[in-house]
Ligand binder design. Structure first.
Ligand SMILES: [Zn+2]
Length: 123
């Protein structure tokens, strides 16, 4: 699945919650939020898997039906926007995360102290 976006992300964050660890298969998620209007082109299919976040609101992980990569997420708390997996851009100079959700769940070896911590509202 390919997603082409226009413009800069509204925000870039990391999340170390257990669900993001499970979703990515690693220690944290690195994502960028874009308004849905930033989507220029979408090619290929995704399948969505819905779960309930710790806030009680729903989140959907949209993964590529060919390779299984979670390309983006949508959420009840994120009306009109999507959260795109930053690794999908394949750009080493992509903006770094400016927020860290769920720092208390972070693996102890991780060094993300420079990232401001945020409330777990969107996790
Ligand atoms: Zn999370």
């Amino acid at each position: 699945m390919e997603l082409e976006l226009n413009g800069e992300p509204r925000s870039v964050y990391a999340c170390a919650c257990n669900e993001c660890q499970r979703c990515t298969g690693t220690a944290f998620a690195y994502r960028a939020i874009y308004p849905e209007t930033a989507i220029i082109r979408r090619r290929g299919d995704t399948k969505a898997w819905r779960r309930t976040g710790t806030s009680g609101r729903w989140l959907e992980q949209h993964f590529c039906t060919d390779c299984g990569t979670v390309v983006f997420m949508s959420a009840e708390a994120l009306a009109g926007a999507i959260s795109v997996s930053a690794g999908c851009f394949g750009e080493a100079d992509f903006p770094p995360p400016r927020m860290l959700h769920w720092p208390e769940r972070m693996h102890h070896w991780l060094c993300l102290e420079d990232i401001a911590t945020a409330t777990p509202a969107s996790a």
